[in-house]
Design a protein around this ligand. Structure first.
Ligand code: APR
Ligand code: PHB
Length: 385
């Protein structure tokens, strides 16, 4: 088998890259370790920057997003019960759209024209400094795909970054001593917009997927087990961390999904090794506090697609040569913002009383400063590519 671009991973990054290449007439094959149903069963984030919405339009997969996506003109912060609304539209003239990553993935899967090989075992990438090819096995038979380029869109635990020689890669990492316990429930959201809440007991987030489906999170210690959290315990803990009006308005019900995600900041540099590129979670992880993970994956593959399209159309190396540097410039800004929002809103046992008063001072500063709110708003809605 031969193709122009072999894409490893059928998450949102791999599927969006495949779609953009398909539309440009560039042959590509996606190799995914799991089944399509498994990929669609993962519950992930749900806030799209306008740049991601624009990319969905460019990819001609935005019909459902246009019909069902919820435009949010602001978000709420809560600190020990005190509320502050950040008015994105009023502050920076832009907004975000609430639409689940699962739905983005489904829309891209349905539109897919090129070949996707699911349940590909033992995927391995070879010779990306020369004539690259990919091997995998299915049902005990080994296959080989020769290609011009390999796009590593295989997430944090993928094979592509792991295949780069250690001396060629620099990584930057911060692991937080807590995770987010998330619950999905078929009840209307507690508020029109999201609520990011700081409380002495820990962070909480009220999010949503639609007018009838909500997503809630509470900060838990990193070693916590999801089995220790009955639905009742979750709802009780969430209520404690919200202000009393919100807690009273909360509509609870049986969870339809419950899981714990660890929090991590991570960046690998560079993002290109000969004919291998990294994009999305394969290249970087942000803590979910700023809702940047999916949006960064989208902006990476937007840039990578443009670089490959320019290369095939004009025999140019320029986009390919600068992809890593351009993507990393945007990635680090999103890393900074996600780290900052995480620092403001979570409890950090090791920073003690001084740390909490600094967090309170930061919140009060935000509440009193339009300039500070603009900084938050322009980062949250997404910095220009
Ligand atoms: N071979 C083939 N496929 C693999 C391999 C492998 N060795 N390892 C991982 N994969 C697949 C995974 O099964 C997954 O479907 O790669 C895909 C990577 O998808 P994601 O983890 O969703 O990563 P990405 O597409 O970059 O999307 C980033 O996901 O975690 C969120 O916050 C993050 O929203 C962001 C988005
Ligand atoms: C979510 O809805 O899952 C979500 C929303 C905002 C975030 C993180 C997660 O910052």
């Amino acid at each position: 088998m031969r193709t122009q671009v072999a894409i490893i991973g059928a998450g949102p990054a791999g599927l969006m890259l495949g779609r953009l290449l398909d539309l440009a007439g560039i042959d590509n094959v996606i190799l995914e370790r799991k089944s399509a149903d498994y990929v669609l069963g993962r519950i992930r984030a749900g806030v799209l920057e306008q740049g991601s919405v624009d990319l969905m339009h460019r990819a001609q997969v935005a019909d459902r997003l246009d019909a069902e996506g919820l435009v949010h003109h602001g978000t709420d912060l809560s600190f020990d019960g005190d509320r502050l609304r950040i008015d994105f539209t009023g502050l920076v003239g832009n907004h975000v759209t609430v639409y689940g990553q699962t739905e983005v993935t489904r829309d891209l899967m349905e539109a897919r024209q090129g070949e996707t090989i699911y349940e590909a075992d033992d995927v391995a990438v070879h010779d990306f400094d020369g004539q690259p090819y990919v091997t995998w096995s299915r049902d005990g038979v080994t296959h080989r795909l020769d290609c011009d380029y390999i796009a590593g869109c295989d997430g944090y635990h993928g094979v592509c970054r792991a295949s780069v020689p250690a001396e060629a890669l620099t990584t930057f990492e911060r692991v937080y001593p807590f995770g987010w316990l998330g619950v999905l429930v078929d009840k209307p959201p507690v508020a029109h917009e999201l609520i990011y809440a700081h409380h002495e007991r820990g962070f909480a987030l009220c999010s949503q997927r639609s007018m009838t489906r909500s997503r809630y999170y509470v900060q838990v210690p990193a070693e916590e087990k999801v089995e220790s959290w009955s639905d009742e315990r979750f709802w009780d803990e969430l209520r404690l961390r919200l202000n009393s009006e919100t807690a009273e308005a909360l509509q609870t019900g049986p969870s339809i999904e419950k899981s714990i995600a660890p929090l991590r900041s991570f960046v690998a540099e560079p993002l290109r090794f000969g004919r291998l590129f990294l994009a999305g979670d394969a290249a970087h992880i942000v803590p979910p506090t700023g809702a940047k993970g999916l949006n960064l994956a989208m902006s990476d593959v937007g840039m990578l697609a443009d670089a490959l399209i320019e290369h095939y159309a004009e025999a140019s190396q320029a986009g390919i040569d600068t992809y890593s540097q351009r993507a990393l410039a945007r990635i680090w800004k999103a890393e900074r913002f996600s780290w900052w929002m995480t620092s403001l809103l979570h409890t950090f046992p090791e920073t003690g009383r001084f740390g909490r008063r600094i967090q309170r001072a930061e919140f009060d500063y935000l509440a009193g400063s339009r300039a500070a709110q603009e900084v938050l708003a322009e980062n949250y809605v997404g910095l220009p590519g």
